[in-house]
Design a protein around this ligand. Structure first.
Ligand SMILES: Nc1nc2c(ncn2[C@@H]2O[C@H](COP(=O)(O)OP(=O)(O)OP(=O)(O)O)[C@@H](O)[C@H]2O)c(=O)[nH]1
Ligand SMILES: [Mg+2]
Length: 272
């Protein structure tokens, strides 16, 4: 059903586009809502504008708070922090619900998400934190949002594959097409996330005993045996003589030195 909006609506919309402050924006949006006729054809637009007002208010409040209390101060949990970034209505919240057990609000209108929503993504034997964010647009740019982006291990750019794909996001598009709704490709995506955050899992074993395969140590890719030893215990690092490796070494149980670079899923036996 067509919305049949009166000319005054478009004047208010123009005011909204030119508005500089949050107060001006809210006033213009409220004017648009007041002018808009009430019928089925305007339901979606009405909902979108109402959400937009709520979002501006939430973000305005966030801006007033100190950085410490900011909604964008998301404590890291798990082996890595990955953020879902994208334009309004691109499917970020759907992605969070397919990767994790979180149940963010998903809706077919923009500006549904107004504050970060956290989920934990299980990848094999580790947990990666995935954070669904409010959509990327003008309002959010004034907030400590970018601090969060800078400090994350990876950003997962979520794009609407049915819109205008750009060459540079082609790869991401291929990966995301219909992944959110059907769950298809979710396991590949989890692996992509794992690869992107550049971490390795290593398992430790005590000489003469079976390795502990339950809870790996998580280290940045490129970490050495010595760095693992430091993570285990301060004394370990000081007293470390050599290690034996199962996995990436040429043969099982090979003796390596402290500067040996560990690979994902290596089993390490420390000798002190
Ligand atoms: N066909 C299709 N629809 C999808 C897919 N992912 C999400 N949607 C739909 O797109 C709409 C928006 O999804 P959301 O997950 O709420 O999008 P969002 O990016 O979190 O939106 P905001 O929080 O408003 O920025 C919903 O109606 C979803 O059902 C997908 O892969 N395929
Ligand atoms: Mg959302």
């Amino acid at each position: 059903m067509p919305a049949n909006l009166p000319p005054q609506y478009f004047e208010a919309e123009k005011e909204y586009k030119n508005a500089k402050t949050s107060e001006e924006k809210i006033a213009a949006l409220e004017a648009m809502l007041a002018i808009m006729p009430h019928h089925k054809g305007t339901d979606k637009l009405r909902a979108a504008l109402t959400r937009k007002i709520a979002q501006i208010k939430t973000l305005e409040e966030a801006r007033r708070k100190t950085r410490r209390g900011s909604i964008f101060n998301v404590d890291r949990q798990g082996a890595a922090q990955v953020l879902l970034v994208g334009l309004p209505n691109s499917g970020k919240s759907s992605m969070l619900s397919s990767l994790t057990n979180a149940s963010p609000e998903v809706a077919d209108y923009p500006f549904t998400t107004t504050i970060p929503v956290i989920g934990m993504m299980a990848f094999e034997d580790i947990q990666i934190q995935v954070v669904d964010l409010p959509p990327l647009e003008e309002e959010i740019r004034k907030l400590p949002y970018y601090n969060l982006l800078r400090n994350a291990d990876a950003l997962l750019l979520v794009v609407d594959a049915s819109s205008h794909p750009e060459d540079e996001v082609q790869l991401i598009l291929d990966m995301l097409k219909d992944s959110s709704v059907t769950g298809e490709g979710t396991s590949e995506l989890k692996r992509e996330v794992f690869e992107t955050v550049e971490i390795v899992r290593v398992y430790t074993k005590i000489p003469g005993k079976k390795p502990d395969m339950e809870s790996p140590f998580v280290l940045p890719r490129g970490s050495t045996v010595l760095q693992l030893a430091r993570d285990i215990h301060h004394d370990f690092a000081i007293n470390l003589r050599f290690a034996r490796i199962w996995g990436s070494a040429k043969f099982d149980g090979q003796t390596v030195q402290k500067d040996y670079i560990l690979q994902d899923k290596d089993i390490v036996e420390m000798h002190i």
